[in-house]
Design a protein around this ligand. Structure first.
Ligand SMILES: Cc1cc2nc3c(=O)[nH]c(=O)nc-3n(C[C@H](O)[C@H](O)[C@H](O)COP(=O)(O)O)c2cc1C
Length: 330
């Protein structure tokens, strides 16, 4: 079976993330896969304008009020559509992204926030994508510091995977990589070359997942990684009531799994014990995510039902002006 794996790198050319991603691709190539690497710095990526044109169209098509989906309003204005179309031809993707201010760098988030117009379950439903490619993903975050200064990095990367239904099978936080080339110095156990070896393993894991039947695919990363047994994120918070009243004592900030915090007997570390119904909001699950589209539509319906009150207020605030900063341009 032929397969293709793409790296999407948001790090410096010649930087640590690029080296790690290249090593992962070496493993893919050794296993007979086709490979490609793009660095987001080389592409024109406009920020999502927040127009909601994509989800408005999705809602209208769902309600039978629109026949054809035109996608994002920026579709022909930059390179995002071309990148995503290429990505849709791959069975595996590895994202390698530097950590800036605890989170993935803006070069990446600017790109990822354009995924909404490509919501896979929707594109499948309308036939714009013929077959679910069941894409598997590996995530690499690269920071100058350790976990304490990359605390939102992998989780924020994971949060960008749902929209296009990419299944994360491995994630790795490369730590203490400040200057380009730092990654060659150490691994997790301060073993020379350890990080590069781990990146190679990620490439192998991606190949292994691609070669595994979709229903049998599972987590291939470090088994004790994270607190949530569902997505392996380390971020779990005390839950609040959802829009429809659903509530869990603790929730995974990434996948939405709900349950209780317990101590893992084997490791002695905290773990989320998922409740019986704890996966009803699992954002990895297309059906559970479709429920979120219901939430969006319900919020929108309630909003439109209040138009009489809203319109004069919108006019009032639109007319309000304040001193601003003006930049003189020639
Ligand atoms: C604006 C900025 C903010 C940064 N913030 C963090 C941070 O919060 N945590 C961290 O571990 N490293 C931080 N770093 C260091 C980078 O993550 C590090 O240099 C990394 O190697 C960059 O990846 P690259 O070599 O692939 O470009 C920051 C770097 C910059 C330029």
């Amino acid at each position: 079976m032929s397969f293709k794996v793409m790296v999407i790198c948001a790090g410096r050319h010649g930087g640590n993330g690029e080296a790690l991603a290249k090593e992962a691709l070496c493993a893919v190539r050794e296993a007979g896969g086709e490979v490609e690497l793009i660095n987001l710095f080389d592409y024109n990526i406009l920020p999502c304008t927040g127009c909601e044109g994509c989800t408005m169209q999705m809602g209208k098509m769902g309600a039978g009020l629109q026949k054809e989906y035109h996608g994002c309003v920026l579709k022909n204005k930059d390179d995002v559509d071309a990148i995503i179309r290429e990505l849709q031809t791959c069975q595996g993707v590895i994202f390698s992204v530097p950590t800036y201010d605890l989170t993935p760098s803006s070069v990446y988030t600017r790109f990822a926030q354009r995924f909404l117009a490509y919501e896979l379950s929707f594109l499948l439903a309308i036939g714009a994508v013929k077959e679910n490619p069941h894409t598997v993903a590996g995530l690499i975050s690269v920071g100058g510091s350790m976990h304490d200064w990359q605390s939102l990095a992998l989780e924020s990367l994971q949060a960008t995977m749902f929209t296009m239904s990419m299944t994360v099978v491995d994630r790795y936080m490369a730590q203490r990589d400040g200057r380009p080339g730092n990654t060659f110095v150490w691994g997790d156990d301060v073993e020379w070359g350890g990080q590069i070896a781990r990146a190679h393993k990620m490439g192998e894991n991606i190949v292994k997942a691609i070669r595994t039947p979709v229903d049998e695919r599972c987590w291939l990363g470090d088994p004790d990684d994270g607190v949530c047994p569902n997505c392996h994120s380390s971020l779990v918070y005390p839950g609040d009531k959802h829009w429809d009243g659903v509530e869990f004592p603790w929730e995974c900030a990434v996948c939405g799994a709900g349950g209780d915090i317990v101590t893992d007997e084997r490791t002695g570390r905290p773990k989320l014990k998922i409740a019986e119904n704890g996966l009803i909001r699992d954002r990895n699950d297309d059906h559970a995510r479709a429920e979120h589209l219901n939430e969006i539509n319900k919020t929108r319906d309630e909003f439109f039902a209040h138009m009489d009150e809203v319109k004069p207020l919108m006019e009032k605030y639109a007319k309000m002006t304040f001193p601003t900063l003006e930049i003189k341009r020639d």
